[in-house]
Design a protein around this ligand. Structure first.
Ligand code: KG4
Ligand code: ZN
Length: 338
């Protein structure tokens, strides 16, 4: 069953086609980063308008050059969580195309897409497992017993870790999105120049907190009259160390408690190499395997949406009502729609 995936929840217009026998057979991502960079973050109205302009040309030039439109049997699109207007563009495109082709659609939860991304191209998934989902909107530790069986052990009580990377990058006059910029700058930093606190690290909870860490960075910068490039690099390094350590402390605790033998990390922040090496060390301590998505499938993409839609195909339907919701927590996944 050839499944077209559509992702428009934020600032990437992405399309992909999943073939259960071959994996991803066509894939395209158009990033709006340059459009939003001057504002230091995503502007929802601009995002919707740009999705609207780009989605059809992207489909025609980057998908229909590889597959025949009449071979598509199912369309999976991100129905939430995300920016309402941006999600509606993906949904309208999905439903219009599905109606024209007389095929079913399924609304996919973006977070479930991230959760499934590491298993793309893998034949057999070894449940149960522990997942760290870290993106611009979420930081969660999830005990996964199977598809749809997601037990959230802990999450950020304030900013998501990716959001903290983006906000600290803004303080350091770096481009959006901040994660990759901070990682690059931190390479020039001198270890031990700054030490930022790790909120909730000593508390008996899997929950995390990142807004205090961002405020500590702000105070450190305010203490300097004119921070030099070296000062900024030192701060980037100390921030990255604390943010990744905050995640690692809770993941280590959860691995010890659950005794899972597979640790998975997914979402945009899973691209961070410092975080990756800390998680690899934790998996070794726990004598567990570790799995990350391919780098291009850490950040937002449609391959994960096509794949998740295929896994959930029993819930697809030809009733084309609007299913978009900007908030759609994983714990409400039983209300799956199609
Ligand atoms: O999963 P994603 O593409 O979008 C959301 O669903 O939010 O994640 C984007 C987030 C951004 O906050 C970005 O700064 C962060 O992932 N990110 C990183 C890295 N690459 C992307 N954070 C830290 N290090 C990176 N290398
Ligand atoms: Zn995402």
């Amino acid at each position: 069953m050839l499944t077209l995936g559509i992702e428009t929840s934020c600032d990437e217009t992405a399309l992909a086609v999943y073939d259960p026998n071959k994996g991803i057979v066509a894939e395209a991502v158009y990033s709006q980063i340059d459009l939003h960079a001057i504002y230091g973050g995503v502007v929802p109205e601009l995002a919707s308008r740009d999705h609207c302009q780009k989605i059809l040309p992207l489909f025609e030039s980057n998908i229909l050059n590889t597959i025949n439109i009449n071979d598509i049997e199912l369309i999976a699109y991100t129905a939430g969580p995300g920016l309402g207007g941006a999600l509606l563009i993906g949904e309208s495109f999905a439903q219009g195309l599905a109606a024209a082709l007389n095929i079913p659609v399924i609304g996919v939860n973006h977070l479930e897409g991230h959760l499934q991304a590491p298993f793309l191209g893998k034949n057999k998934v070894q449940f149960p497992l522990l997942t760290l989902l870290v993106s611009g909107g979420h930081s969660m530790i999830i005990d996964v017993e199977g598809i749809g069986k997601y037990n959230i052990l802990g999450e950020s009580r304030d900013d998501a870790v990716g959001e903290a990377f983006d906000k600290v990058a803004k303080l350091l006059d770096l481009r959006y999105p901040g994660g990759p910029e901070i990682e690059k700058l931190a390479k020039n930093g001198i270890k031990g120049t700054h030490k930022f606190p790790i909120p909730l690290s000593d508390k008996d909870t899997y929950d995390m907190s990142f807004s205090g860490l961002k405020t500590s960075v702000l105070y450190a910068l305010q203490d300097m009259s004119e921070p030099t490039d070296q000062d900024k690099a030192d701060i980037a390094l100390a921030f990255q160390d604390s943010a990744t350590e905050a995640l690692a402390i809770k993941v280590r605790k959860a691995m010890i408690k659950t005794k899972r033998k597979l640790l998975v990390c997914t979402g945009g922040v899973a691209a961070n190499t410092v975080l990756r090496s800390k998680l690899i060390a934790i998996s070794k301590e726990a004598e567990a395997n570790i799995l990350f998505p391919e780098l291009k499938h850490c950040t937002d993409n449609a391959a994960m949406i096509a794949y998740t839609g295929y896994l959930r195909r029993d819930l697809a339907s030809q009733s084309y009502k609007s299913l978009v919701r900007s908030r759609w927590p994983l714990k409400m996944l039983t209300e799956i729609h199609g």
